[in-house]
Design a protein around this ligand. Structure first.
Ligand code: HEM
Length: 286
């Protein structure tokens, strides 16, 4: 990310100083960790030969893919694409729920109705009820997560390189090799797209009159991108975020440590909260 802002980065890389030296050392740590993991898994696969490991790395090895560099890139792609993105969305989600306590209560009520577990039950009791079927029924939770992603997309800016010369529907021309940037953050707040209350956190905008979640076109709701390179983990991310939210919000309520504090952005590839989000968690009463 810093390479976008500092045009001297090539010099720094050559001299191995500053942020480029930090980057090189960090990459070494990551490589050592990942390559070790890959060799353990390859060795395990050869020993077991029954394909019982269900993780993504083992799946690739089962397909006879053993080039360590290729496997490293696959693994890092999934970790980098999947971990921080889901984590930052959950932080912004809890922030929004603290700023909008009525939404937090509505979600807790939905969880209790669908899981048939009373609010305030233990995390283990709740976790036992989190089935695929129950998650599918949590329309309001799904809407509140989507509303968070609209206002705080994990990747606030994104870019593409033009594959060939082209003219867009509005008549604007681009040349092969041009870089085109777009901002899901800005698009998520456009009144032109979302109406006069675009800046407001309102999960209801995603629901029809029966409370059923309504999908938006990915070309309008661009948090996961659109087209052939849309996020591969979109459904997985929703499922994972819904599982964590259902367990946490069914058992606890949350308040900001500093009720009137507004959080600040940290400039990164992912939209992070500067300094993290400080919360109090209260066990819900049964
Ligand atoms: C809320 C969570 C997530 C958000 C907001 C998100 C968003 C995105 C976006 C915007 C892209 C397109 C980047 C680009 O090429 O311009 C992307 C790609 C991708 N995402 Fe996600 N993602 C999330 C979670 C995940 C998870 C959990 C996984 C894996 C389990 C994942 C796997 C991928 C992969 C593999 C790609 C590359 C797809 C390709 O280029 O064909 N993502 N994601």
């Amino acid at each position: 990310m810093y390479r976008f802002f500092n045009f001297l980065w090539r010099v720094k890389r050559f001299l191995n100083i500053g942020s480029e030296s930090v980057l090189r050392n960090s990459l070494r740590v990551i490589d050592e960790f990942v390559y070790k993991l890959i060799s353990i898994k390859i060795e395990q696969a050869q020993r077991l030969q029954d394909g019982t490991n269900g993780d993504i790395l083992s799946r690739f090895i089962e397909l006879k893919e053993t080039d360590p560099k290729y496997l490293r890139d696959i693994l890092l792609c999934f970790v980098i694409a999947g971990k921080d993105t889901s984590a930052v969305v959950l932080s912004w989600f809890l922030y929004m729920l603290c700023k909008n306590p009525h939404v937090q209560e509505k979600i807790a009520q939905e969880i209790s109705e669908i899981t048939k577990v009373k609010n305030g039950s233990s995390i283990d009791e709740l976790a036992a009820t989190i089935t695929e079927e129950n998650l599918e029924k949590m329309h309001y939770l799904h809407a509140a997560l989507s509303e968070t992603l609209r206002l705080y997309p994990a990747l606030p800016v994104d870019g593409k390189v033009c594959f060939s010369d082209d003219t867009w529907p509005d008549g604007f021309s681009v040349k092969k090799g041009d870089i085109v940037g777009f901002s899901p953050y800005v698009m998520g707040r456009m009144k032109y797209l979302w109406g006069e209350d675009a800046e407001k956190f309102r999960p209801e905008r995603w629901l029809d009159q029966n409370g059923v979640f309504q999908k938006e076109s990915p070309f309008k709701f661009t948090a996961f991108q659109a087209g052939p390179r849309i996020c591969l983990g979109k459904e997985f991310a929703y499922r994972q975020m819904k599982m964590v939210s259902a367990v946490l919000l069914g058992s606890h309520s949350f308040k900001l440590a500093e009720q009137n504090e507004s959080v600040k952005y940290r400039t990164m590839i992912t939209l992070q909260i500067d300094g993290g989000l400080r919360l109090y968690a209260f066990q819900r009463e049964k």
